[in-house]
Design a binder for this molecule. Structure first.
Ligand SMILES: Cc1cc2nc3c(=O)[nH]c(=O)nc-3n(C[C@H](O)[C@H](O)[C@H](O)COP(=O)(O)O)c2cc1C
Length: 347
């Protein structure tokens, strides 16, 4: 049985170990939502992870929701990400970019000029988010995407994938949970469309499948993964039958031979660990693991790799600490999303 220290190949991506860094929004992008030298330093410090999955990155300007988050749209953003991937590769690491379109989970205070808040249906999400401009603000009332705008959004994911590869990323992860756009399409509570992107289960799956398909064709299926968390109610998401929805999604993606499926095991009415077994390729499990629990999940054949989020905040050398069985440092939660180096590159 492999342990977390053994190498693994995910599609076309060779990883030196199975201790992965999970995606974490840290709200420290620079001007024009482009990564900076500080962001490159942060990711470079964590390059001994078998794989780094970046913070959520918006694939088009409408996809931005949160304050100071990066994009992969402009030349400036591509150049910024090149700094990041160079820093990781210089230390022998691997990095995939998480593409995160927030859909209706957004405040216009956080978005670039000329962008809009769009969703499968015009249903406002309960809840508030932080903005630099006006403090806590309710989520915007979204506009319903037209059929042409859905086509354009899918095309934008394709271009974002191409841009990410140009920026030196080893692959891409589609963020398909936590109440963001692909999850909004999947779920009955947020998708009330009557065209072929809503209504039946088959129609609700269509958006995510088309995005995965165009990305796979553009950059190669062995470089595309997806993150899910069936039953996750985060960001006011509701689905009548998440187990059925995600079982069907996994069945539909199996023939696509994607690089991996990344599953958050959160207990939310669905046995996500059991569901993950239905995926034919490598599975990354996440949520509240440590070294021992991670190795147990590998030994029980529940997962091929484990991703760690909070442990990576204060332990850039997590792999070495695990190897040497050293104590982990606790993160400072006050600086999770604050601008500047404090609580970011000073651990
Ligand atoms: C500060 C912070 C930011 C996060 N941002 C993202 C994100 O951008 N995309 C995502 O898929 N998950 C995000 N998450 C969720 C984590 O990837 C992970 O699922 C969660 O923290 C549980 O894993 P852990 O127990 O190892 O921390 C974030 C979590 C934290 C703590």
């Amino acid at each position: 049985m492999p342990t977390l220290f053994d190498p693994i190949k995910l599609g076309d991506i060779d990883c030196a170990n199975r201790i992965f860094m999970a995606p974490m929004t840290r709200s420290r992008a620079g001007d024009g939502d482009a990564p900076t030298a500080m962001n490159a330093k942060y990711y470079g410090q964590r390059a001994s992870a078998g794989l780094i999955i970046t913070e959520g990155v918006y694939p088009n300007i409408d996809g931005k929701g949160y304050v100071r988050t990066p994009g992969i749209v402009t030349n400036e953003q591509i150049a910024g990400w090149k700094l990041v991937t160079d820093a990781v590769h210089a230390k022998g690491g691997k990095i995939v970019m998480q593409l995160m379109h927030c859909g209706r989970i957004a405040s216009h205070h956080n978005k670039p000029d000329g962008s809009r808040t769009l969703a499968p249906s015009a249903i406002q999400a309960k809840g508030e988010m932080y903005t630099d401009a006006a403090g806590m603000q309710p989520n915007d009332m979204p506009e319903e995407l037209t059929a042409d705008e859905i086509k354009q959004t899918i095309a934008d994911y394709r271009q974002a994938a191409i841009n990410a590869i140009e920026a030196g990323c080893d692959g891409l992860e589609l963020h398909c949970t936590s109440g963001y756009l692909p999850a909004q399409f999947l779920s009955t509570g947020t998708n009330k469309r009557t065209d072929n992107y809503g209504g039946s289960l088959e129609n609700r799956l269509r958006f995510a499948l088309e995005v995965l398909s165009v990305m796979s064709i553009a950059i190669g299926k062995g470089r595309v993964g997806m993150r899910i968390c069936p039953g996750n109610p985060f960001n006011d998401l509701y689905d009548d039958n998440p187990e059925e929805t995600f079982r069907a999604l996994i069945k539909a993606i199996n023939p696509m031979e994607l690089a991996y499926l990344h599953v958050i095991r959160m207990k939310a009415g669905v046995d996500n660990i059991a569901l993950a077994k239905e995926f034919d390729g490598p599975v990354i499990l996440n949520d509240s693991y440590d070294l021992e629990r991670g190795n147990r999940a590998l030994a029980a054949d529940q997962a091929d790799a484990i991703s760690f989020a909070r442990s990576y905040i204060a332990n850039p050398d997590l792999v070495e600490r695990f190897r040497e069985d050293r104590e982990l440092s606790p993160p400072d939660f006050k600086t999770l999303y604050s601008p500047g180096p404090e609580g970011y590159v000073d651990y």
